[in-house]
Design a protein around this ligand. Structure first.
Ligand code: SF4
Length: 213
């Protein structure tokens, strides 16, 4: 990436962090995924219970392998579990974790976090349950307003549906038709307006690069 683009991305990340901190989140920014990983693991004490919300950003950072190294009590949703009830059980445990690690679908320039989920196992613990929530997001998640956040979510949902192999119309065509099929992935949408209720609980690391979708 050329230096000017890098600088512009850093300015964008810095400005976003300033807004988020005014909204009582504990936000910071880094240059790249390596720095994000370092920062994130500095926040998590060894031996902590850790859960992870479905996130392309976190997958691209290779966090699952690190969390399986035995230093953490990892509620591992990516094990090859045969039955749905077993996975749901892990999602329930995630609600009690010391740390939830996740991405976010959108961050508005007003400092709101907007997310849509299929099962609710990501959006629910972002709001309440885990003692700490660490959100990692690239600058591509930053949008102007709530309306743009909803628009962004509709644009990326078909990619997510295809990625997780849900048989939805959008996973074939790439376009949302507001389906009502059983495998629909857009069932729960949340807006986190600020971090004031449990100040410091939600920590946000903005990466000054485009990562995830
Ligand atoms: S509502 Fe249905 S068609 Fe639209 S993005 Fe979600 S899963 Fe796809």
């Amino acid at each position: 990436m050329d230096e000017i683009r890098k600088w512009k991305n850093l300015c964008k990340a810095r400005d976003m962090v300033e807004i988020l901190n005014k909204k009582y989140f504990q936000a910071s920014y880094v240059q790249n995924t390596d720095e994000a990983k370092k920062k994130l693991f500095n926040m998590i004490e060894e031996g902590s219970t850790v859960a992870i919300g479905g996130s392309v950003t976190l997958s691209e950072m290779g966090l699952v392998d690190i969390l399986r190294n035995g230093n953490y009590k990892f509620f591992d949703r990516y094990q090859n579990l045969p039955f749905d009830p077993d996975i749901v059980d892990i999602h329930r445990k995630a609600l009690t974790a010391d740390f939830l690690l996740t991405g976010t679908n959108a961050i508005t320039k007003n400092g709101e976090l907007v997310n849509t989920d299929c099962t609710g196992n990501r959006v629910a613990p972002m709001i309440f349950g885990p003692k700490n929530v660490i959100i990692v997001a690239g600058i591509n998640k930053i949008v102007n307003c709530l309306e743009d956040a909803f628009k962004r979510i509709k644009e990326i949902a078909p990619m997510n549906s295809r990625r997780i192999r849900h048989e939805t119309p959008c996973a074939e065509t790439g376009t949302c038709v507001d389906c009502d099929c059983k495998k629909r992935i857009c069932n729960f949408t949340t807006i986190i307006h600020n971090g004031i209720k449990f100040e410091g609980r939600i920590k946000i690391i903005i990466i000054a690069e485009e990562i995830g979708y």
